[in-house]
Design a protein around this ligand. Structure first.
Ligand code: BGC
Length: 250
């Protein structure tokens, strides 16, 4: 396995790519970022991903993330992206734009989860870990000894008639103008439900709001330790590069 990979993280506002050292999870050189085209249709997004690879002068395999369920390299959901992604053969799409090379596409939270478990806090490396990313939605990745159970979509679980991500994403905090204290109560409700059903050994919490983890993580009332993510916005790119290098294509 080559020790240098390339990952592209496709988000609602930006498409970001970098070369990744697969031995330590660090970027090699600069991270390239291009605004997500609007409307963010598959063709427009794939053309932007190709532009990033061209600018980086990268010729090897490319891993990509999408905020979507990816099964058999077909996008199956579009909770916070353009609905035209549903049913898209993402392998065919990106292969057409990126040319003859190995490609794998996976869910954004799944990518971030494998990277956090590999290069973040060592407590997440052994046994079961539930990685969660708080942003526009709630993304989830379930891992056992670093191995991924893909496409868990736990942000869409309904608790007391309210969807988890509607209740407790960081967008919900902004929308409802909640203090960290009030928002942490909502996150506790969601994490307790995950704990009741899945009993992970640890929770790892990521997303932009994990930068302020000291304001809310200590307020969470669950049994398992809650560990703030360490790779932050690097995680998606690193996980995508890891996935394609390991020939993982859900
Ligand atoms: C989507 C997931 C995604 C998460 C984070 C959710 O709304 O359903 O696929 O991982 O947002 O982007």
């Amino acid at each position: 396995m080559s020790t240098i990979g390339f990952g592209i993280d496709i988000g609602g506002s930006g498409i970001k790519g970098a070369r990744v050292n697969l031995e330590d999870g660090e970027f090699i050189g600069e991270r390239l970022k291009i605004k997500t085209p609007q409307p963010a249709t598959p063709e427009a997004v794939a053309a932007t991903a190709a532009e990033i690879v061209r600018l980086a002068e990268w010729e090897g395999p490319v891993g990509l993330t999408l905020p979507s369920v990816i099964k058999g390299q077909i996008a199956r959901s579009a909770a916070n992206i353009d609905p035209s992604w549903i049913g898209t053969d993402v392998h065919e799409l990106f292969a057409r734009h990126l040319g003859d090379r190995e490609i794998s596409v996976l869910n954004d939270a799944d990518a971030a989860g494998i990277a956090e478990v590999a290069f973040g806090d060592p407590r997440a490396r052994e046994g079961s870990a539930l990685f969660l990313t708080f942003g526009t939605g709630i993304g989830s990745a379930l891992l056992v000894n670093g191995q991924l159970f893909p496409n868990t979509e736990l942000g869409h679980i309904i608790i007391d008639s309210v969807e988890a991500e509607r209740r407790a994403s960081s967008a919900a905090k902004d929308r409802d103008e909640l203090s960290y204290k009030k928002w942490a109560k909502r996150v506790t409700t969601v994490l307790r439900e995950y704990e009741r059903l899945l009993n992970p050994g640890v929770f790892v919490v990521g997303g932009g709001i994990s930068r302020e983890h000291e304001k809310w993580v200590p307020r969470l009332e669950v049994e398992a330790p809650v560990i703030p993510a360490r790779l932050r916005n690097r995680a998606g790119i690193v996980g995508a590069a890891m996935a394609v290098a390991a020939h993982v294509a859900p």
